[in-house]
Ligand binder design. Structure first.
Ligand SMILES: C[S@@+](CC[C@H](N)C(=O)[O-])C[C@H]1O[C@@H](n2cnc3c(N)ncnc32)[C@H](O)[C@@H]1O
Length: 256
């Protein structure tokens, strides 16, 4: 409806959940945009030009990110959308997505995903249910010590022909001695040039600091973490080597 209000001739909005799609149709009608905005109840990768869309789109807008950027299948969804639904000269919003991480010591956050001994009993069999990969956490709320500076894990160009899930090997220097319980994760989405939507406050954002521009920084408080089942001790100034993977919409990390 915002695109239509700004003058778009035709808008096709795609939502896979049938309840949300039905309600969206009613909302569009109530607001008087049914002539311009069509709601399609489908997964976008099933859409075809000349069926759901009258012609290739000149702009595709999406918000399918979770706390670790890739958890809602944005990589495969946008690769399909760019190849099959977008005009060759068209634009995707967001244009880029960057995932950042920072090594952290925090037995409190580690304890959200792993158990050991409690009141004298070994309950570690419950670790069968530990999450392998990232999960949401508001890391600002938990006691923690950073063991590294922030580092870039992935930089995805959503318009790229090579957009794909990938692996990334990263080495950082430990800035503190401590127990490496996990890697906290946050992302920055470059919606269009200079407009950043981030999952961290501006004072934590690489982009906002780089450009000294906190005004164009939209902040959503939803960050992630990956925890290690066997935390390692690290020493200040030593190298921490990590292998990141984002296959199957899940960020996983191995200490190398
Ligand atoms: C993260 S939510 C959007 C939340 C919304 N922007 C907000 O701030 O409240 C993503 C939505 O897109 C839908 N969705 C995700 N991937 C989709 C796809 N490939 N095709 C159609 N709908 C999809 C989900 O069902 C969900 O309703």
């Amino acid at each position: 409806m915002m695109a239509a209000r700004q003058g778009a001739r035709s808008v096709v909005a795609c939502e896979l959940d049938s309840t949300l799609a039905t309600l969206s149709k009613r909302i569009v009608a109530q607001n008087g945009y049914s002539d311009t905005v069509t709601i399609v109840n489908a997964v976008s990768s099933d859409l075809k030009v000349l069926e759901a869309l009258p012609e290739p789109a000149d702009v595709i807008v999406t918000e399918i990110v979770d706390e670790a950027l890739i958890g809602e299948n944005i990589i495969n969804t946008l690769r399909h959308a760019r190849q099959e639904l977008l005009e060759p000269s068209g634009t995707i919003i967001p244009r880029r997505g960057r995932l950042y991480g920072r090594c952290v010591e925090s037995s409190a956050m580690h304890g959200l995903n792993h158990v050991g001994e409690t009141v004298g009993f070994d309950v570690s069999l419950f670790n069968k249910f530990s999450i392998h990969g990232h999960f949401p956490v508001r890391f600002q709320l938990w006691p923690r010590t950073y063991l590294s500076d922030p580092f870039l894990i992935y930089d995805f160009d959503f318009m790229s022909h090579d957009l794909a899930e990938k692996q990334s090997e990263i080495q950082v220097t430990a800035t503190n001695t401590g127990v490496l319980h996990g890697i906290i994760l946050w992302f920055e989405l470059e919606l269009v040039d200079g407009i950043i939507w981030s999952s961290t406050p501006p004072d934590f954002s690489m982009e906002a600091q780089r450009n000294n521009n906190q005004e164009s920084h939209i902040y959503k408080q939803q960050t992630g973490i990956v925890t290690f089942s066997k935390p390692d001790r690290v020493r200040e100034k030593n190298t921490i080597k990590m292998g990141f993977d984002c296959a199957s919409n899940r960020v996983t990390v191995n200490l190398l």
